[in-house]
Design a protein around this ligand. Structure first.
Ligand code: SAH
Length: 360
């Protein structure tokens, strides 16, 4: 049992079982043992699109430049990235924006939203040579609602805590993390949760069915959409996830690229859950903003021109042709990341169609 497991066990012994959402949060952000605070899980346990190919961040930068241009180049935009990891996506995106629309950067404020002090340090180091003025925030909060908002979030929403409910004879009960023989184990809340917690569409589910929901992700999406609708801009949410309503739990722990038991060695692996894109789209639409997608990463990147960008990159780096082509293939191949990863876009209701949806 690692130190964080011992800490969680002690906590449960004194306070009682914790929700799956609380457990996720401790595993990710506990000051001494969290995966994002104390361990370098990105690149070791899992690899993200911007770390695979520079063309990914470049395409997202061009998306920002084009969206801003199509919307009449609003003054003083704010470019925000949620959960910037090692800062690679932002570095590549800024390079592309400065080539395609340098005027965007003249009046833009750039903000990275990052909860891990350790990763903030990595981001600062990575971006210090870029020469742009960048501010860091721990949360997406009121300080970020007063300008046109161009927001990028790649593999951020999958980190947000999920709650799980299991249908039983006595009703829907919350899945909790408790103790069995002194070790962590799953248990169900003794009392069923109020009926309003479960969507009416799930009322006829069989016993044993699991309903998973990410209230923090829904609230954040709504907040972002409200700012986009009222101030202008656009939000791009990319992640692995599903676009059909369905039952089931998707919480997963990954160590060195392999799935492991989510309760084993908390904080040592990367804990995440698949993103429910339909739920995010619905949350955004309640604000009146226009929601595009979800589409698949392969269609989206192809529409933005990743193929052409790859060809140019290969022309100027012929010795790396194979590596460049293989990296781009990994992003767009439907058997690899091309269809598992989805893209949801939010723009103001009267805004032009955002780039990236031409193949839909
Ligand atoms: N977007 C990056 C990194 C993805 S990993 C990439 O594509 O490579 C997830 C990132 O989100 C990490 O930087 C993590 O610390 C951050 N993060 C996760 N949950 C967060 C939260 N609730 N608030 C702020 N940052 C968070």
């Amino acid at each position: 049992m690692n130190a964080l497991a011992t800490k969680i066990v002690r906590w449960i012994e004194s306070q009682g079982p914790i929700s799956v959402a609380q457990y996720m949060n401790l595993c990710q952000f506990d000051a001494e043992g969290g995966s994002y605070t104390a361990h370098q899980t990105i690149g070791r346990d899992f690899i993200t699109s911007p770390e695979i190919s520079q063309t990914f961040g470049e395409m997202l930068g061009l998306w920002v430049a084009q969206t801003w241009h199509d919307q009449g180049r609003p003054k003083s935009p704010r470019l925000v990235e949620m959960g910037p990891g090692r800062g690679t996506l932002m570095a590549d995106a800024l390079r592309a924006i400065s080539a395609a629309a340098p005027e965007f950067l003249d009046s833009a404020e750039i903000v990275l939203v990052e909860a891990s002090p350790a990763l903030m340090k990595v981001q600062r180091e990575k971006l210090k040579t870029i020469g742009a003025d960048i501010a860091w925030h721990e949360h997406f909060d009121d300080a970020l609602v007063d300008r046109p908002l161009y927001l990028l979030a790649n593999e951020f929403f999958d980190c947000l805590p999920v709650h799980q409910y299991v249908k039983t004879e006595r009703g829907w009960c919350e899945r909790m993390v408790g103790l069995t023989n002194g070790g962590l184990s799953f248990a169900l809340s003794p009392d069923p949760v109020p009926a309003t917690v479960i969507p009416p569409t799930h009322s006829s589910a069989a016993n044993g069915a699991v309903y998973e929901t990410a209230p923090a992700a829904l609230a954040l999406t709504e907040e972002i959409a409200r700012v986009v609708e009222s101030r202008g801009g656009g939000a791009l949410i990319m992640d692995y996830g599903y676009d059909m309503p369905g039952f089931g739990e998707t919480l997963q722990a990954v160590t060195d690229g392999n799935f492991v038991d989510v309760l084993n060695e908390p904080g040592d692996s990367d804990l995440s859950a698949h993103v429910d894109f339909l739920a995010l789209a619905r949350a955004a639409a309640t604000t009146g903003a226009a929601v595009h997608g979800p589409t698949t990463q392969c269609k989206f990147l192809a529409d933005l021109g990743i193929g052409e960008r790859g060809e140019r990159l290969i022309k100027s780096n012929p010795h790396d042709a194979r590596t460049i082509a293989a990296a781009i293939d990994r992003l767009v191949n439907p058997a690899l990341m091309g269809t598992l990863f989805k893209v949801l876009t939010i723009v103001p209701k009267n805004a032009p169609q955002p780039p990236g949806y031409g193949y839909d």
